[in-house]
Design a protein around this ligand. Structure first.
Ligand SMILES: [Zn+2]
Length: 345
């Protein structure tokens, strides 16, 4: 196997923005390899080529990190779908596949852990032991298969995020810890999001910030405050949906008739690639260090974001050349253009 990449995450952040890409579970659900609802990444064992392909597409689009698809590959979730016996195999294979594809380019491999749904602040000691054991087993397999750092993400509780951080630091790996933000201002255990990021950074998290739930428009105001309070590296991985003040998260988006559309009828609210490129530029200007995307993300967004950050990536070979389009391109005869306008009414 070729040598592992030489520059680690902290090294890369020191010299500039690191571009992240996530949304594997949502995208592989759309492609027919993961069941919406439980969202357990069964694709890892059932259709590994589909996962390999999506990693490769994100790599070609410019992602600097291959995030192993171990999101929700934890004991609690696997039990929900009757696959607890596949726990170790699923975790190991996800990291192995991320490594295979990372080596096709110069990407890092991140181990990934997330909210467990087992943490309970009312029963903190006992539930913390359960959560810690879940993180320890997942990350021990990940470390054996080879990872460069760990992302602990969509943390609803600061308390649970701190357990993840302790486990990661115990393994002597760089830790990126990001919060979910389903509530207006606070984590589920009552910490203001900005304070929670500061506390995580003070406890030794190398990168802190937010991921998932919010689109760029409603995540940016919180990240601006995080930037002003945290001197270390910060991360932002919004969902590519047009959230707004009245509906700040994609879970709260509703259609015109008031129907809930999360999680599988969100398409009317998707951002364009131009909007995601604009977000990447604004995040860079603000001083966000790890700029990425979460659920709903796809390779076209990542390429647009990479190019907005001034990069040319492998998939840039096929970046749009709309001037060559036969109906709306620059060389179209005037009379044909008139026809188009007429036809559109
Ligand atoms: Zn997400």
């Amino acid at each position: 196997m070729p040598a592992r990449t030489t520059r680690g995450i902290l090294d890369r952040l020191k010299s500039g923005v690191v571009l992240g890409a996530e949304g594997y579970v949502f995208e592989l659900e759309r492609r027919g390899y993961i069941k919406a609802g439980p969202y357990v990444p069964e694709v890892v064992l059932d259709s590994p080529d589909a996962l390999r392909e999506l990693h490769r597409e994100f790599l070609r689009a410019g992602a600097d990190v291959m995030v192993a698809l171990t999101y929700y590959a934890h004991r609690g979730k696997l039990k929900d779908v009757g696959r607890e016996n596949d726990l170790e195999a699923m975790n190991r294979q996800a990291v192995r596949i991320a490594n295979e594809v990372a080596r096709e380019g110069d990407a890092l491999v991140a181990g990934d852990i997330c909210n467990t749904w087992a943490y309970d602040p009312k029963n903190k000691d006992a539930s913390s032991r359960v959560v810690r054991a879940m993180y320890e087993e997942q990350l021990s397999w990940a470390v054996e298969e080879g990872i460069d750092f760990v992302i602990a993400e969509t943390n609803d509780y600061l308390g649970e995020a701190l357990i993840a951080l302790e486990v990661i630091k115990g393994l002597k790996l760089p830790a990126m810890v990001t919060l979910a933000s389903t509530r207006p201002h606070q984590t589920w255990d009552g910490y203001d999001y900005v304070d929670a990021c500061k506390i995580l950074a003070d406890h030794g998290a190398d990168i802190v910030g937010m991921n998932c739930d919010r689109g760029p428009a409603t995540m940016m105001p919180i990240i601006e405050q995080v930037r002003s309070r945290v001197s270390g590296y910060i991360a932002m991985q919004p969902v590519p949906y047009k959230t707004e003040a009245a509906m700040p998260t994609f879970e709260s988006l509703k259609s015109a008739d008031g129907t809930n559309i999360f999680p599988i009828a969100l398409e009317p609210f998707l951002c364009t690639r131009f909007e995601m490129a604009d977000y990447a530029r604004r995040a860079q200007a603000l001083g966000v260090n790890y700029i990425g995307i979460c659920c709903g993300g796809g390779p076209h967004y990542v390429r647009a974001m990479a190019e907005a950050l001034g990069r040319t990536v492998p998939a840039s070979k096929y970046s749009p050349a709309i001037e060559l389009h036969p109906m709306i391109g620059a060389q179209v005869e005037e009379k044909e253009k008139e026809f188009l306008v007429d036809w559109k009414g």
